[in-house]
Ligand binder design. Structure first.
Ligand code: PNS
Length: 187
């Protein structure tokens, strides 16, 4: 019997509840799903590729048929290399349509045997994007319902590095807190 493997490519900076919802849906219709993080040296990401991979691996640990990888170059080439026959993408609203259509048609031009499959996340996640999550977190807003708890924690740590050591007696913690306090005083 033919097994269908799909690649779910993206930036995932950071991964959100919308991404997780889509991964769960994808894992139900594909035999194998590879969540593929683009290594894009041109962008200036909030999280390193290693951090994003780490978060996605933790978020998807309970799905037996989901793996997390990184790639560079063309999505279609990566998909062919791993033996995938589909690319999974999320479609949240009509605003996604034009960009996604363009990308799907270009990918089809480049690799006609590869199908793009669109899935819609649950309505409650349809307004969530990584860009808005970054912005809300950077401006001190509450991101608790937008991302999984481990991602929310990593975002809070990014915004305030002292939190990284909040629950542990760490020798660096006090020095770091002092540094942050004096920096805040100066600004
Ligand atoms: O999460 P994003 O940023 O919307 O994902 C965009 C992504 C990674 C799917 C897209 O930029 C991509 O496929 N990049 C790889 C390079 C490529 O294949 N470009 C041609 C796309 S038509």
């Amino acid at each position: 019997m033919k097994r269908i493997k799909a690649v779910y490519p993206g930036s995932f900076d950071p991964p959100t509840n919308g991404h997780l919802d889509l991964i769960e849906r994808g894992s139900k219709i594909f035999d194998e799903l590879v969540v593929a993080i683009l290594r894009n040296p041109e962008k200036d990401p909030l999280f390193s590729v290693a951090d994003r991979r780490n978060m996605l691996e933790a978020m998807t640990a309970s799905f037996d048929n989901v793996s997390v990888e990184t790639f560079d170059g063309l999505t279609v080439e990566y998909a062919m290399t791993v033996g995938a026959s589909a690319v999974l993408r999320g479609m949240r609203a009509i605003s996604d349509y034009e960009y996604e259509l363009q990308m799907a048609l270009m990918n089809r031009k480049l690799q006609p045997s590869l199908e793009t499959v669109f899935m819609m996340p649950a309505e409650k996640y349809s307004y969530i994007s990584s860009r808005l999550v970054r912005e809300v977190a950077q401006l001190g807003g509450n991101i608790d319902c937008l991302v999984p708890e481990l991602v929310a924690q990593r975002l809070r740590e990014k915004m305030d590095p002292a939190l990284k050591f909040a629950n542990v007696e760490h020798p660096e913690r006090k020095a770091l807190e002092r540094k942050i306090r004096s920096r805040k005083k100066r600004s």
